[in-house]
Write a protein that binds this ligand. Structure first.
Ligand SMILES: Nc1ncnc2c1ncn2[C@@H]1O[C@H](COP(=O)(O)OP(=O)(O)OP(=O)(O)O)[C@@H](O)[C@H]1O
Length: 313
C-alpha cells in the first residue's frame, strides 16, 4: 500500500518543533568560547577610539571647525610639510600664508585628502577625516578650490553650477555623467539656487555661456559659486586673487565677506597681503613646511620672523 503524504505528515508528533528549538538554544549556549571572546574585544576598540576622539570632540564644541595636528608629508628627500598644525574657528576667515614653496598647497591637499599624509591628524566638524577619501570629506561639507580654477570648460556656466550641487562622488567621467542624469528630478529648485548664487558672483548674465569662455578671474568666481552650491560648512580657497585683475579681486573679496557674514567659514591661501589683511580674522604662517607664526593680521604684519622669511626668499 502506498502511503498518503498527508497521512505521514499527521504522524509527526506535534511537540517535535519545540524539541528542535530547545536544541538550537542549547547549541547557542554551547558556542565555542572564542566566538564569545570576539565581542568584548571589538567593544574595547570602540571604547578606546571614543576616548582617543574625546579631546577633539571637546575642541569641536569649543568652536573649532577644523584642526590639523602634526601633519607630515615628504616627497622623496624633500619634507614639504613638517609637523604642521592649523586651526580654523567656526565662522572665521582664516588665512594661510608663507613664501613660495612653504608647503601651503601641500597642507591644503593633506587637509582635504587629495594626498595622504605620512602622519598626523585632521579633525573636521568633530570627526577624524585623514583616512577618508576626498569626496567623502567633500560630502561632510569641506569643499576646496584650486590655484588654477577647475571648471568644466565644455559645459555651460549653469551646468557647472548644477553639477556642483550634487553629492560629490568622485570626478571620473561616469560619475559626472550619472550626476548629470540624476539632476533632472530636482532641476527646478537647483536652477533657482544656481541663479541666486550666480547673481551674487556677478555671473548671472553668463549662465548659458561655455565655462571655457570665461576669464581666469571669472572662472575663480564660478569655482567659488560651485563650492557654495553644495552648501558646505567650510570652503578652502587656494589663491583666489592670483592672476585676477584688481576690479575682480575687489569683487571676490566683497563676496567672501558677504558669505562670511551669512555664516560661511573660509580658509584662504593667498600671496596678496592686502587681501589677507582685509579679510582674515587670524593668519597662520608656514615657512619651509613648518609653523612659523600665528596671530591677527596686524600681529603677523609686524612679526620680524615673518618679514625675514619673506625677505629671505
Ligand atoms: N607632488 C609633488 N612632488 C614633489 N614635490 C612636490 C610636490 N608637491 C609639492 N612639492 C614640493 O613641496 C614644496 C612645497 O610645495 P607647495 O606647493 O606646497 O608650496 P606652496 O607654499 O603652496 O608654494 P606656492 O606659494 O609657490 O604655491 C615645494 O618645494 C614643492 O616643489
Amino acid at each position: 500500500m502506498v502511503n498518503n503524504p498527508s497521512d505521514s505528515l499527521s504522524d509527526v508528533p506535534l511537540n517535535e518543533p519545540q524539541t528542535n528549538i530547545e536544541d538550537i538554544l542549547k547549541q547557542v549556549e554551547d558556542r565555542p568560547p572564542e566566538i564569545v571572546l570576539n565581542e568584548p574585544q571589538s567593544n574595547i576598540e570602540d571604547i578606546l577610539k571614543q576616548v582617543e576622539d574625546a579631546p577633539q570632540r571637546q575642541q569641536s564644541s569649543n568652536n573649532i571647525l577644523l584642526s590639523a595636528n602634526g601633519l607630515n608629508k615628504s616627497f622623496g628627500g624633500l619634507k614639504a610639510v613638517d609637523n604642521a598644525t592649523l586651526e580654523v574657528s567656526q565662522g572665521s576667515i582664516t588665512g594661510l600664508i608663507g613664501p613660495n614653496g612653504a608647503g601651503k598647497t601641500t597642507l591644503f591637499n593633506l587637509i582635504s585628502n587629495f594626498i595622504r599624509p605620512d602622519s598626523g591628524r585632521v579633525i573636521f566638524d568633530g570627526e577624524p577625516v585623514e583616512r577618508l577619501q576626498s569626496y567623502q570629506i567633500a560630502q561632510m561639507g569641506m569643499i576646496r578650490t584650486f590655484q588654477v580654477a577647475r571648471v568644466l570648460s565644455r559645459l555651460s556656466v549653469m551646468e557647472n553650477m548644477l553639477l556642483a550641487a550634487q553629492k560629490q562622488i568622485g570626478e571620473n567621467f561616469w560619475n559626472v555623467w550619472l550626476r548629470a542624469h540624476e539632476l533632472k528630478r530636482e532641476e527646478k529648485e537647483l536652477r533657482e539656487r544656481a541663479i541666486a548664487v550666480l547673481e551674487s558672483v556677478g555671473l548671472a548674465d553668463k549662465a548659458n555661456d561655455y565655462a571655457g569662455s570665461l576669464s581666469g578671474g571669472q572662472r575663480k568666481l564660478l569655482e567659488m559659486g560651485r563650492a557654495l552650491m553644495s552648501q558646505p560648512k567650510l570652503i578652502l580657497l587656494d589663491e583666489p586673487a592670483a592672476g585676477v585683475n584688481p576690479t575682480l579681486i575687489n569683487q571676490i573679496c566683497d563676496r567672501i565677506l558677504s558669505w562670511n557674514r551669512q555664516g560661511m567659514t573660509f580658509l584662504i591661501i593667498e600671496h596678496n597681503m592686502d587681501v589677507i589683511m582685509s579679510l582674515c580674522d587670524r593668519v597662520w604662517v608656514l615657512a619651509e613646511g613648518r609653523n612659523l607664526a600665528v596671530g591677527t593680521p596686524e600681529e603677523i604684519q609686524n612679526n620680524s620672523e615673518v618679514l625675514e622669511a619673506y625677505l629671505g626668499q
